[in-house]
Write a protein that binds this ligand. Sequence first.
Ligand SMILES: Cc1cc2nc3c(=O)[nH]c(=O)nc-3n(C[C@H](O)[C@H](O)[C@H](O)COP(=O)(O)OP(=O)(O)OC[C@H]3O[C@@H](n4cnc5c(N)ncnc54)[C@H](O)[C@@H]3O)c2cc1C
Length: 455
Amino acid sequence: MNSVFWFTRDLRLNDNPALNQAILDSRQGKVFACYCLDRDWFESLSAIRANSLVASLQSLKLALGGALNIVWADESNKIAAVVANFAKANAATKVYASKSFVPAFAAVQASLSSLIELILVGSDYAVDPGNVKKPADGLNYRVYTPFYRAWLQVGWPQPVHFAGNSSSFAFSNLGESWPELDATSTVAIKAGEDFALRTLDRFMRTRADHYDENRNRADIGGTSHLSHALAHGEIHPRTILSRLSDSKGHEVFRKEIAWREFYADVLHNYPNTETEYYNERFAQMRYDTGPKAEAKLLAWQEGKTGYPMVDAGMRQLNTTGWMHNRVRMIVASFLVKDLHIEWIHGAKYFESKLTDFDPASNAHGWQWTAGCGTDASPYYRIFNPIGQGLKFDPNGDYVRKYVPELAHLGGAAVHEPWLEIDGYQNGYVGQIVDHAAERAESLARLEEIKIDIAD
Ligand SMILES: Cc1cc2nc3c(=O)[nH]c(=O)nc-3n(C[C@H](O)[C@H](O)[C@H](O)COP(=O)(O)OP(=O)(O)OC[C@H]3O[C@@H](n4cnc5c(N)ncnc54)[C@H](O)[C@@H]3O)c2cc1C
């Protein structure tokens, strides 16, 4: 019997139990590999994000000896129908895939299963969302630290090797045209399973031991940069976790991998929180709208707020498709608490730009920073964008790299150009708001929805 392996967020051969299952079950027939692109969605991506996906697909195609078929869905022919049609046209009776926990995609998988036999194996998490429960009442965790302890207890199996070889996949003449690289972006994107495994090796050799000390520093490459590979499934978190010991650096890194799993678990339990407030009380808060707010949103998007650390972060995002985690928090706090704009506008902008976009981590990273998410802290954090810059980019190298108008300033002076006689000589913009005043305003608005606050 022929079968189809439908690649989704698992663009790899190794440690892919669903792919192994398809190969083992189809020894008497052929396995056709396919990836389905939704045309409207693909066309909505920024050039860098679109190219990062194309680079991942090209690399997978190479690993499959060329036998990766692209099929396109559109308004009239939805993903589930397109995948089912591709299977039937190739005389395949089953479709295999990794189980998705992204709410919209889980719905697509459900509708595919009504069209053809769909075998879902594994997921892109070490522990499938929904499987970490409080022993006392069987409910899900709403706070990270106890989730982390219980997640470790549940545990996960060792990674599995690819069960096939270069002749495991059959060519189909029913594949459609490949997506083109968007020439408006000249950013070179490295992608693929081999690159992800090499990135992990390099991280383990050079950075993992000092991850706990360096991960917050925007100016030094102290983190793994594995987020693109995880978002596209070029590496499974199990493969990463299997390399970690109990040392301090490794333990802190394991906890970050667990944040990804925690947010997936939260989104699985509260699927509406991809776009709606996790803490509903915050939907009542006063937020700014209208032309003035839109102008501020645009200044934030373009990295022209007059706050160097915020502007450097947004320009890093716009030019590379990635932003350092500490800086994601700084720019998110600035949008919500200094500009009083709802988190969803920031989350949507991130979605259009991030090559590591992940629905759960993005929505809940935003909600956590906005104060309406899964934060156990009784404090309402308002990041000081200047203080954060001085602390996490102490020599100013990060800001100088992304904000050329400030490159003439030495050391930490880049964080406070208003103190320098020549601070604005190269055209850097003035501050669009006053942080101290907006902080007070933010706390006043918080008071209106009567959340307990502390400073
Ligand atoms: C507002 C906001 C939006 C975010 N949006 C995304 C997103 O769309 N996609 C995404 O992958 N991450 C997102 N994050 C989390 C985090 O910023 C990135 O995972 C991290 O910067 C990726 O770089 P890295 O691979 O070098 O991370 P490392 O520090 O090397 O961490 C290793 C891996 O752990 C996971 N991880 C680390 N920190 C977090 C975290 N705070 N939350 C969830 N997972 C984490 C990621 O998968 C990451 O690749 C967001 C954070 C914030 C504050």
